[in-house]
Design a protein around this ligand. Structure first.
Ligand code: NAP
Length: 280
């Protein structure tokens, strides 16, 4: 069996965070503390955990996090008012609306209300469009994390066939665009794709963004393929059957400890980028 490269998300996340430390201290010397506002609507426990993790990551680096927790009965209008207030608050550099919001809220309308300069989570259609055209400042954080892991480990996308399984607005679609911008040939699969495995079997790069535990099977993997698993399912299980896929892969992200930690570090990076863009 040839040597496998295990793509360690904690190593990449620490490299990103270390690079931010000096930039944050320069901002602070100029009287500016980068600030991420997080909005949580309702009581979903997983969402509350994600928001808490993001707040803790901010605190560790000296980024301020302003946590706004709204009642589950909040209306779309009330949420828009909250977002507008943050848009107009010059001390807030990034706004993150935790997905999903309760179903009576128009989530898309709420995302679109976030000012483009503060869309550090890459959820607006304007931000997505800029990302797709190749000049987005803040791509959605998980796609940005996938690209950062590839960059860190020197994994080339150019000329490769990348197969992305999933086409969500925050993950599958933007990561497909980012890979295309890096000169990969990209196939994006979704729930209506017939015989997904036939596409994955041709992939030099497999991106799993499907939200189904162990969906990508070992015998779908072409020898030497690079696998990045964005999936995160109950019980710390990815979308890739890790042990089985390891056999043929040349490089693979584990779950946990792969794409997840880098996603958070990209959110921190975007918040610092935004604070610098406004203030330096
Ligand atoms: P999502 O919005 O539910 O999208 C899932 C995508 O998978 C959809 O495009 C869907 O196709 C496609 N799909 C579903 N069943 C399929 C099948 N049988 N064959 C092919 N495609 C299929 O999920 P998401 O928000 O993109 O998240 C995907 C995964 O990433 C989840 O495990 C989530 O927890 C994880 N995630 C991780 C991070 C992180 O920081 N690591 C961040 C965000 C998400 P249709 O479009 O046709 O419905």
């Amino acid at each position: 069996m040839s040597e496998k490269l295990i793509l360690d998300g904690n190593v990449v996340a620490n490299a990103v965070k270390n690079e931010l430390k000096g930039r944050i201290s320069t901002l602070k010397q100029n009287g500016i503390t980068p600030c991420l506002a997080t909005i949580l609507v309702g009581d979903d426990s997983s969402s509350a955990t994600y928001v808490k993790m993001k707040g803790n990551a901010c605190a560790k680096l000296g980024i301020e996090s302003r946590k706004i927790h709204l009642d589950k009965e909040t209306t779309t209008e009330q949420l828009l008012e909250t977002i507008n207030a943050l848009n107009n608050d010059k001390d807030v550099h990034g706004i993150l609306l935790q997905h999903p919001v309760p179903s009576h809220i128009d989530e898309r309308k709420a995302f679109e209300a976030i000012k483009i300069d503060k869309d550090v989570d890459g959820v607006t259609s304007f931000g997505y469009g800029q990302t797709a055209l190749g000049f987005g400042k803040y791509p959605s954080c998980t796609p940005a994390a996938i690209m950062k892991i590839m960059e860190h480990y020197g994994l080339e996308a150019s000329g490769k066939h990348a197969v992305v399984v999933g086409r969500s607005p925050i993950l599958g679609k933007p990561v497909s665009a980012l890979l295309l911008n890096k000169d990969a040939t990209v196939t994006t699969c979704h729930s209506r794709t017939l015989h997904v495995e036939e596409y994955v079997k041709q992939a030099d790069i497999v991106i799993a963004a499907v939200g189904k535990p162990n969906f990508i099977q070992g015998d779908w993997i072409k020898p030497g393929a690079v696998i990045l698993d964005a999936g995160y399912n109950k019980g710390n299980i990815g979308d890739v059957d890790y042990e089985a896929c390891l056999e043929n892969a040349s490089a693979i992200t584990p779950v946990p400890g792969g794409v997840g930690p880098v996603t958070i570090s990209m959110l921190l990076k975007h918040t610092v980028d935004s604070a610098e863009a406004v203030n330096v």
